[in-house]
Design a protein. Structure first.
Length: 181
C-alpha cells in the first residue's frame, strides 16, 4: 500500500469515526424523555460497536472514550461521575475489542463469527464497565456490589443487548454485500 493510499484510508477512517461519535451523541435523544428506556436500549453503544467493526480497534476505542465524555460535557447526560467516566471505559473496550476480534476472525472469511465477535466485545466491555464502577465508587467512598453489576450489565440492559445482536450483524452484512467493508 502506497503512502497516498494509507493517507486516504486514515482520513476515511477518521471521518467515519467522527460520524460514529456524532451518532453516539445524537441517538440517545430518541430515548431522552424516558431515561429508563435509554438505560435499557443502550443507544450510544451501537455506533461505537459499528465504529470498531468498520474502522478498526484504535478508532473504535478512541470514539468510545470521546462519545460519553463529550455528550456529558455538552448535555450533562450521562453525568460525568460516575456514569460517564465508567461508560467511557466500557465503550472504549467495546470499540477496541469489536475491531480487534473482527480483524482476527471475521475478515478471514468466517462471516458467522460476527456474532461471536460482537458477544465477546459486549462481555468484555461490561466487565470493564464493572471494574471501572468498582474503582470509581471505591474512590468516592461508595460501594458497587455484584448485584449492582448484574442489574446494570445484564438485567436492565437485555433489550439493548438483543437490539445490538439484531442490528449490528445486519448492518455489517449489508455493508459487506455493498462491498463497503
Amino acid at each position: 500500500m502506497s503512502v497516498k493510499q494509507k493517507n486516504r484510508f486514515a482520513v476515511k477512517n477518521l471521518v467515519l469515526a467522527a460520524m460514529f461519535v456524532a451518532m453516539g451523541i445524537l441517538l440517545p435523544f430518541l430515548t431522552a424523555q424516558i431515561p429508563t428506556y435509554g438505560r435499557m436500549l443502550l443507544p450510544m453503544h451501537i455506533p461505537i460497536l459499528l465504529c470498531g467493526f468498520i474502522c478498526g480497534p484504535y478508532y473504535g476505542a478512541l470514539a468510545g472514550i470521546i462519545t460519553p465524555i463529550l455528550r456529558g460535557f455538552i448535555f450533562s447526560m450521562p453525568a460525568l461521575m460516575p456514569d460517564g467516566l465508567a461508560m467511557a471505559f466500557e465503550l472504549c473496550a467495546y470499540g477496541f475489542f469489536a475491531g480487534m476480534f473482527y480483524m482476527m476472525f471475521t475478515k478471514k472469511g468466517y462471516v458467522f463469527m460476527v456474532y461471536v465477535d460482537l458477544i465477546l466485545a459486549m462481555i468484555l466491555g461490561r466487565v470493564v464497565w464493572g471494574g471501572a464502577m468498582l474503582v470509581i465508587m471505591g474512590i468516592r467512598g461508595g460501594t458497587f456490589t455484584y448485584s449492582a453489576f448484574l442489574a446494570g450489565a445484564v438485567l436492565n440492559a437485555w433489550p439493548g443487548i438483543v437490539l445490538q445482536l439484531v442490528i449490528i450483524p445486519s448492518l455489517l452484512a449489508l455493508l459487506r454485500r455493498a462491498r463497503y467493508i
